[in-house]
Design a protein around this ligand. Sequence first.
Ligand SMILES: *Cc1c(COP(=O)(O)O)cnc(C)c1O
Length: 389
Amino acid sequence: MIPAVMPTYARADLAFVRGEGAYLFTDDGRRFLDFGSGIAVAILGHCHPHLVQAVQAQAARLWHTSNLYHIPEQTRLAERLVANTFADTVFFCNSGAEAVEGSLKVVRKYQHDTGHPERYRVITFANAFHGRTLATISAAGRSKYLKGFEPAVDGFDQVSFRSLNEARTAISDTTAGILVEPIQGEGGIIEAEVEFLQGLRAMADEYGLLLALDEVQTGMGRTGKLFAHEAASVRPDVMAVAKGLAGGFPIGAVLATEKAAQGMTAGTHGSTFGGNPLAMAAANATLDVVLGKGFLDSVVTTGRALRGRLDGLVARHPKVFEGVRGRGLMLGLKCVGSSGDFVERLYRHGLLTVPAADNVVRLLPPLIIGAAEIDEALTKLAQAAGEAV
Ligand SMILES: *Cc1c(COP(=O)(O)O)cnc(C)c1O
């Protein structure tokens, strides 16, 4: 008999009922160190007092009104994102996939409204992940997610990640834009080089295309910058943001320049829940902390410390690990064997991590961790590695 919850996930046999900082507690009282953050979402850890207070206060005041009316908390969040990024304007939705779809709509509408309705195709990259809607599984083009859901949505041309030549060759008279993750997360923590991102920017300018970034996973301080592209000094035209934006409350956002969003006039896009007061309160509170003095610098420092310890771990266990990759607190441990198996082994040691493609174990801890959590994680990783051979 099919379970009441549609069985689309292969879940671990764990259920958490309480969280505090970097720790989660099961119903039977076991404590886990959370180095997954609900897949890069709980960036301030669980039940951060400032977020709890902000959401509780908003919940007692007003939850939802719809976008038929002005939402002051939404205006405030948009203005803060505009003040701190390349963007001039923001559309709010409820998830990463929706933020990517919204970005794709901005790309098409821009070309349509600037005299190029024939330009609708978007160049995307092999091994990408952009979400699970029909358009986003088509954009990523991975058979693992598309199989059984064909035909794919038309309008995407995949080329190899990090190949500027292939991207250039794929440009045609019908190309509207380029969509890329600065670091492929789901794909196994694979970083785009600075030259690759800068090359895509130059190519987009040369051919009149828009550059859309998917920073759903890399954003909100995860890499030590507010957004990962800042490290490459590349300014996108459009960007999808979600996961960490509200510290655990469902949210998505499409950030765009005024030029890119010129066609996004009243009636062109919408969302019932998008930007509702409760989500906005959570996101504004998250931003209070992330934009606080020294916060992003501390992510860089903590990331370096964790990275250094992981390099040591890999050196001591060459039969288990091949290497470490990533940036800030978005790190991947490349395993010799199955990363899924290693993630399961880590459950027994009380450490939560996230598997990714290419046998990589993703370490995506809350950005608030310190030396004690790093020590504890390394002890658990070393114990699991010791058993793995
Ligand atoms: C998680 C993720 C998405 C999809 O986000 P959802 O909220 O699950 O729809 C899209 N792009 C990237 C890079 C992601 O990591």
